[in-house]
Write a protein that binds this ligand. Structure first.
Ligand code: MV4
Length: 664
């Protein structure tokens, strides 16, 4: 076994590989770019080598720098992770030439799977089922058209040089074939410099089911069940699960043995994934083979209770596979959700930002968080904006799905927009609970996922309104330990509190005027010409409410620019639209020592106890992606700060105590 390995990657996968290596007593070398100088993977490794500037092409993609790092530290093997050089045959060959073990497949296997069309030809020869179609050299329109007629419409035109969904065009009838082919060839030539086409039978509602295979260098191969990765958006996986819902033992065995046949056809060694399209009738077809450890490998680890990185290290060191096929057991069900810094309400635009506040759900045998960032780290523009992979396991799919929703509602991230609400909405839609899966899931269920329907808003507004009021009361009144104190009064009634509150809430891209009347039974909430009676209690972030006789629970999470209300059937993000009284220009919070709006404390600029002049900058907070400097309204002594950097503050909260000079 190796005594030292180098991880040629960054972020969560680098941290993940380092953890297994450390558990096995193997020393680790990290590599890092300028942007990752203080990154978690550098901190976790035993040693680390700077390899270049932030852009990946000037660091993580520079094979020679990585090999130099391995040589200079005496690393005997290199783990490439995924992405970057993980499927680069030249890099694998360069490792070999440097007498450094590449922890992955042989160079030839990487090359064989590098071209989609060559891969299909190899699989066809190995009698691995392909989608009925034509991928020959005769590209005459007449021949392609006759092939399409043979297989029957709809067909799919695919650019051979394409991949990952690029260069595909559906053709639904013979009448449109010629024009569609001409257009597809033009696009392919423009996009890939090659207009070679293949024609396939179009599967209208396939599932993406992939089989995890593992081969050692002694001729042994096993499959470790499958993963359903159908929930994708623009060919980016969002939520993956294992095992695939509705899989029978027979189908699992058939797909597993086919996947092994595919792996053996290219002399595969190490961890690999064979992707299939699974049609509604149970027929399955080879799509492609990935010659690396996949992002979503943890769901397989959770249900088989195996550490696939350990297997990779053992196999790369020449050992036999740790298990035979008959020893592999599937227990329970696992999901993985990819937590990203991206704006689901803005076409999933990746966003950057500093993670001022980062509190993942507590890890356990049911919850695993694979991450490469800590509180205070930046999500930079140079790399994939992944914050973490949230993996959950339980005995059944239903219970695992509950765990996923709960874990998502417990994930607290401040400082950047995330896709947590979107993931939660996805995980709590009825269609997902029913495992109504196919590659068109997001489009098909968009309305219930983004659930901005009128009836959703009608239900959510009163709950959001009382949640906000209860939160304000909770934030303003110090909870006392005295159970008989009036502050503990459960209905939220407070002496001298106005009975009637006027609020404006921004929810689902609209402002809603709301009036809330406090009464003995709770709150009468009026909005959009409707009035409902609702009662509720808020304890920390746990909300219990009774709406029209239906008592339910929800989680109220503070975010940078408002709140996320995690309800049983979906998350809604809202913020209070502050009345523009003019006295506090939000930009600078001029003259006020209270927070101009919800936000996060970034830094304190003076020491508590110090003497300051009027207009001295005292602290900086971030809100709505802007920095706000709080300045001394008058000269005096800063007695104390009420919040520390990283803490979330509510709009209007007093931030510090300042005693004006003439009084001090
Ligand atoms: C298909 C297909 C339906 N019928 N081929 C998308 C990218 C590449 N992995 C192959 N893809 C597809 N090929 C036939 N004959 C549907 C897709 C497809 C898809 C496949 C897997 C996961 C997500 C997908 C999203 C859209 C389309």
């Amino acid at each position: 076994m190796f005594s030292k390995i180098l991880i040629a990657n960054r972020g969560e996968i680098a941290c993940r590989v380092i953890k297994t290596a450390r558990r096995m007593g193997i020393a680790t070398v990290a590599v890092y770019s300028d942007a990752d100088r203080n990154a978690l993977h550098v901190q976790l490794a035993d040693e680390a080598i700077h390899i270049g500037a932030a852009p990946a092409r000037e660091s993580y993609l520079l094979a020679e720098r990585i090999l130099d790092a391995a040589r200079s530290t005496g690393a005997q093997a290199i783990h490439p992770g995924y992405g970057f050089l993980s499927e680069n045959a030249e890099f694998a060959a360069a490792c070999l030439a440097s007498n450094i073990v590449f922890i992955g497949p042989p160079t030839g296997a990487i090359e064989a799977m590098g071209s989609k069309s060559a891969a299909k030809q190899i699989m066809e020869a190995a009698e691995v089922p392909l989608v009925p179609g034509y991928h020959g050299d005769d590209q005459s329109p007449a021949l392609l058209r006759s092939e399409a007629e043979k297989m029957g419409y709809p067909v799919l035109l695919k650019a051979t040089a394409g991949g990952g969904g690029k260069g595909m065009r559906q053709v639904w009838s013979g009448e449109e074939f010629d024009e569609a082919l001409a257009a597809a060839k033009r696009e392919s030539l423009a996009g890939f410099g090659d207009d070679t086409m293949l024609v396939e039978k179009y599967l209208t509602q396939p599932r993406h089911v992939e089989v995890q295979v593992f081969c050692d260098s002694h001729g042994n191969s096993v499959y470790l069940a499958e993963r359903d990765c159908s929930v994708q958006r623009r060919h980016q996986k969002i939520i993956e699960e294992a095992p695939a819902p509705g899989m029978t033992d027979a189908l699992r065995q058939a797909m597993g043995e086919t996947a092994i046949k595919a792996a053996q056809a290219i002399g595969y060694v190490s961890a690999g994934t064979v992707e299939f399209l699974l049609d509604a009738d149970g027929s399955f077809y080879f799509m492609e083979m990935n010659t690396r450890l996949q992002v979503e490998h943890p769901v397989t680890e959770m249900i088989t209770r195996q550490d696939l990185v350990e297997w990779q290290l053992r196999v790369a060191a020449g050992e036999k596979l740790p298990l035979e096929q008959g020893d592999i057991r599937i227990t329970g069900h696992a999901f993985e959700a990819r937590v990203y810094a991206e704006d689901a309400d803005n076409d999933f635009l990746p966003v950057t930002g500093k993670l001022h506040y980062l509190e993942p759900p507590e890890e356990s045998q049911h919850v695993r968080v694979d991450t490469g960032v800590r509180q205070g780290d930046e999500i930079s523009v140079y790399y994939d904006p992944m914050i973490a992979k949230l993996i959950v396991w339980d005995e059944s799919r239903e219970r695992a799905l509950d765990r996923l929703a709960t874990a998502l509602s417990e994930y607290r991230i401040g400082g950047t927009v995330t896709n947590l609400d979107f993931l939660y909405n996805l995980a709590t839609t009825e269609a997902f609970a029913q495992a109504d899966l196919d590659t068109g899931f997001i489009e098909k269920h968009a309305e219930s996922i983004f659930h901005s329907r009128a009836q959703d808003i009608e239900t959510e507004l009163p709950i959001a309104a009382i949640a906000l009021l209860l939160h304000k009361q909770q934030a303003r009144y110090v909870a006392t330990s005295d159970p008989f104190s009036p502050w503990q009064y459960p209905t939220g009634w407070r002496l001298n509190e106005p009975n009637l509150h006027k609020l404006t809430l921004h929810l689902h891209q609209q402002d809603h005027e709301i009036s809330v009347e406090q009464c003995s039974e709770g709150y009468r909430v009026s909005a959009n010409n409707k009035t409902v009676l609702i009662s509720g209690e808020l304890e920390e972030d746990q909300l219990r409410f009774d709406l029209l006789g239906h008592r339910q629970r929800a989680v109220l999470a503070r975010t940078d620019d408002g709140f996320t209300l995690y309800l049983p059937n979906g998350a809604c993000h809202f913020h209070e639209v502050m009345p523009d009284t003019g006295e506090n220009s939000a930009a600078e919070g001029a003259g006020s020592l209270s927070a101009p709006m919800n936000g996060t404390i970034v830094t304190l600029l003076v020491e508590a106890g110090s003497e300051v002049e009027a207009d001295t900058a005292l602290l900086v907070m971030e809100a709505m992606k802007m920095e706000h400097t709080i300045r001394a309204p008058v000269a005096g002594t800063v007695d104390s700060f009420y919040f520390q950097p990283g803490e979330l503050v509510d709009g209007g909260a007093e931030l510090l105590k300042l005693t004006p000079r003439e009084e001090s």
